[in-house]
Design a protein around this ligand. Structure first.
Ligand code: ASP
Length: 308
């Protein structure tokens, strides 16, 4: 039996510079990451599944208002919040996802219910919300999702008539987690509010298995953050798994090809967190920074934001 356990999480990648961060804000971000990491790692440490660990870690990040997922999600061009999420089980390649949903407290938990009970992989919009309601999932009123920071960010984007990646003006988002449990099972989960002032109905890479989220016990678990359109076109998460499966590359080499070469060539800014079946962790990004944290049972513990 595999005896390694490991977890890695992210809270989004982008133009994250020390010069634009106050010490207080940095502490808040780090606290949010630490708390989610602890939530996920405690489950693994107690012998729990990687699926439970990534779901709990991502739900914790969704509840944290500074990250762009769940509470704190960005505004779309209609002034609403439309959220996407996905979870995938590397043991059997089962996946569940939701996209374009509103007022659901924890989209990642709905994605899991879709995976385990709906007989489908991806539910969208009102259908997904109705299904979540029928399964007794928690909902919140619009004001729960409102944050002054996101409202201001949206107003700025509207004033300048632009669609804005959450990364691009130093306000970042999207959350995700990957984990390996004591049984050797890998899992991945990702959740996002998408892009500020995005067209309503726009779907990013996060809820698409193989693009923003992927897990396969034979190779790796991946959760991405970045410019979703480019991550979809590069099929980022599955590409890394394929490089490992078909070319026998290490996790690091496979990720480097996709993040630092393939994505860069199409101006696909962002990064990802990854764990392979042995418990190796890698958190590469081609942007200025990425909110990230990881822990394993061999003493590795990291909470980082910037490139250096
Ligand atoms: N990938 C997400 C999307 O395009 C955004 C992000 O990672 O911040 O919806």
């Amino acid at each position: 039996m595999n005896r390694n356990i490991a977890i890695a999480i992210h809270g989004g990648a982008g133009t994250i510079l020390r010069s634009s961060m106050t010490p207080e804000l940095q502490t808040q971000y780090e606290d949010g990451l630490r708390s989610a990491l602890h939530t996920g790692y405690s489950i693994l440490e107690a012998g729990g599944s990687s699926l439970d660990a990534v779901a709990a870690a991502v739900a914790s990040l969704e509840d944290f208002p500074l990250f762009n997922a769940g509470k704190g999600s960005v505004f779309n061009n209609a002034g609403n919040h439309e959220m996407d999420a996905c979870i995938m089980n590397g043991k059997n390649l089962e996946a569940g996802a939701v996209c374009g949903i509103s007022n659901v407290k924890n989209p990642v938990l709905v994605a899991r219910v879709v995976m385990e009970h709906s007989g489908h992989v991806l539910l969208s919009g009102m259908g997904a919300e109705d299904y979540a309601r029928s399964m007794g999932m928690a909902f919140e009123q619009d004001d729960y999702f409102y944050t002054t920071q996101r409202y201001q960010q949206w107003q700025n984007a509207v004033a300048e008539d632009r669609v804005q990646l959450d990364h691009s003006d130093k306000k970042f988002g999207t959350v995700g987690a990957v984990a390996l449990d004591i049984e050797g099972n890998l899992a991945a989960a990702t959740s996002t509010g998408g892009m500020t002032n995005k067209k309503y109905g726009r779907i990013g890479d996060s809820p698409i298995p193989g693009a923003g989220t992927y897990a396969n016990n034979d190779t790796c678990a991946i959760s991405c953050t970045g410019h979703g359109e480019l991550f979809i076109r590069a099929v980022v998460a599955h590409d890394i798994s394929c490089l490992m499966a078909y070319k026998n590359l290490s996790l690091t080499d496979a990720c480097d090809i996709v993040v630092h070469d393939k994505l860069v060539k199409i101006a696909g800014e962002g990064g990802l967190v990854a764990i392979d079946k042995h418990g190796n962790i890698y958190m590469p990004f081609n942007s200025e920074g990425m909110y990230r944290a990881c822990r394993n049972n061999n003493g590795k513990y990291e909470v980082s934001i910037y490139k250096d």
